[in-house]
Every structure is written in C-alpha cells, then in structure tokens.
Design a protein around this ligand. Structure first.
Ligand code: FAD
Length: 250
C-alpha cells in the first residue's frame, strides 16, 4: 500500500519574497506564506501555484520543510503560460495563490537505505529538498544525486550542490549533459545511462526521480532492470496540463 503524506491540504495567498532569474530559463522563486503559514509539506512534494488570472500549475518545492520561505524552480517553457509569466512579469511583493501539499514522491524518512536521487531539469527542486532534508537531519547513509540537463547553460545551483558534497562525505552530485560538446569537460549522455554506467546492482537503494515524463519513465525502467523493486521508486512526473487532457481527435 502507498504510504500517504498524512498532511492537511492548505490554500493560502503567499507573497513573492525573492525572485532570481538564473541561467537556462529557470526562475528561482521564494514565497513567504506570511501569517497564513507555515505551509506544511514533506520533502519532495509539490504545490499548486496561481499567478494572477492564469490557471493554476503544479511546481515542486525545492526548500526543506523546516524553512520559512518556500522555494520553487520554474523553467520557462516559452509558450506564454504560468512559466513565461514568472520569467517575464512576476515581481517581488506580488501575491501568489498556494495550494497543497500534493504528491507521492516524498521522502520516506523511516527507510534507512542509501538514496539515489535522479533529477531532470527543474526536477532538481524536489531532489534538492530531499537531499538537504536528509543532510540537515544528520543522515550518514550514502546519498547520490544525478542531475541531467541538455546543455551547459541549463546547469544551475551546481555551486551550492558541490559545496554540499564537499561538506558531507556521504553525499555526491553527478551532473550529466545530454548535448555536451566533446571536450567540454562535462559528462555526456542521458542521466539514466550515467546511472547505468556507474551502478550495477541497485537493489540496496531507495530511489526518488523527478523531471519530464520520458526521463522519469526511462529511469524507472533502468532502475527496475537493475534490481530495484518498483515499490521503492518514488516519482511524480512533471506532466504538462496539455498531456493530461483527453486527446481531441485529429
Ligand atoms: C507534479 C508536477 C510537478 C512539477 N514541477 C515543476 C517544477 O518544479 N518546475 C517546473 O518548471 N515545472 C514543473 N511542472 C510543470 C508545470 O506544472 C507546468 O506544466 C509548466 O510550468 C508549464 O506551464 P505553463 O502554464 O507555463 O504552460 P501551459 O500553458 O500549460 O502550456 C503551454 C505550452 O507549453 C507546453 N509545455 C508545458 N509544459 C512543458 C514542459 N515542461 N516542457 C515543454 N513544453 C511544455 C504545452 O504543451 C503547451 O504547448 C510540474 C508538473 C507536475 C505535474
């Protein structure tokens, strides 16, 4: 049976406390729930955000549950929806509707196994929350974070992640670029292939996976092929709303 997150659903109006536009079209957004907070969630979960009159969209939470501000990594899909609004029009101080928490891809704190966290693009957000929550709690088990993007320009937060790896000998971050030019110094390939190259028997891990649906599915297939029971692979794929709607004929 799937373990539920067991937290009440909240709906409130938060404010933009910080907004930083990073490389690769990613906006790093921090929301302050103010007097309506704290907004309770478990590491790895997501919230539904509403910007102005736009329809709500789901975004994974990148901060730890014990932090006052809620962090989101929003990648501009360039098609004029919520993600473009965040990239182009949102400002510090603006109100944002916040509902949640949602999702099954949250950290199972009672599971003592080594952790394999695999992120594609903005899927780094929930994996960062999981990794930072474990390390802040003093976890000493092995924690491996794979972060896959297309190009060098899409790599973000690599500095803080590498600093975390230097500070914790049980944690390592491995960045993989699917379109790295030869001799760029970056590891090249699909993130699931990098996991396959590095690790042969995965049965000892519990895995958390986040990112676009094809990346999540390719990773899930690899993990099960390499001996990880499906029940120990947790993921909430980043389906776009268009992918969830019934197809309307040719
Ligand atoms: C559980 C969950 C967690 C998510 N977490 C995050 C997150 O942390 N960060 C994040 O950036 N996104 C995340 N998403 C995706 C997010 O909810 C939106 O789908 C995305 O931001 C696009 O919304 P939009 O309103 O800008 O575009 P829409 O108006 O919904 O779509 C506009 C156009 O863009 C296309 N499109 C939509 N999404 C994508 C995409 N991901 N890649 C390429 N084309 C796309 C659509 O097909 C459509 O043609 C998550 C989704 C889910 C289901």
């Amino acid at each position: 049976m799937t373990e539920g997150a067991g937290l009440p659903r909240q709906r409130l109006s938060a404010r933009v406390a910080e907004l930083t536009r990073l490389c690769g079209g990613i906006s790093l957004l921090r929301l302050d729930p103010g007097a309506a907070g704290p907004f309770r969630f478990r590491a790895g979960q997501y919230a539904r955000l509403s910007f102005g009159e736009l329809p709500p969209r789901d975004y994974s939470i990148g901060s730890r549950p014990d932090e006052a501000l809620l962090e989101f990594h929003i990648r501009d899909t360039g098609d004029g929806g919520s993600s473009s609004y965040v990239a182009e029009a949102l400002s510090e101080g603006d109100p944002v509707g916040l509902e949640g928490p949602f999702g099954q891809g949250f950290l199972r704190e009672a599971d003592p196994r080594p952790i394999l966290a695999i992120a594609g693009g903005a899927g780094l957000a929930p994996m960062k929350s999981i990794v930072e929550t474990l390390l802040a709690a003093g976890a000493t088990r092995e924690i491996l974070l794979y972060f896959g993007v297309r190009r060098e320009a899409d790599v973000y937060l690599d500095g803080p992640l590498k600093a975390l790896a230097r500070a914790h000998s049980n944690f390592d971050v491995r960045i993989v670029l699917s379109e790295a030019p030869p001799a760029s110094g970056f590891r090249r390939g699909l993130v699931s292939d990098a996991v396959a190259e590095d690790l042969h028997d995965l049965a000892r891990f519990t895995a958390y996976v986040a990112g676009p649906p094809p990346m999540v599915e390719a990773t899930r297939r690899l993990l099960t092929r390499r001996g990880l029971p499906p029940a120990r692979i947790y993921a909430d794929p980043f389906f776009a709303k268009a992918e969830l709607l019934p197809q309307s004929g040719p």
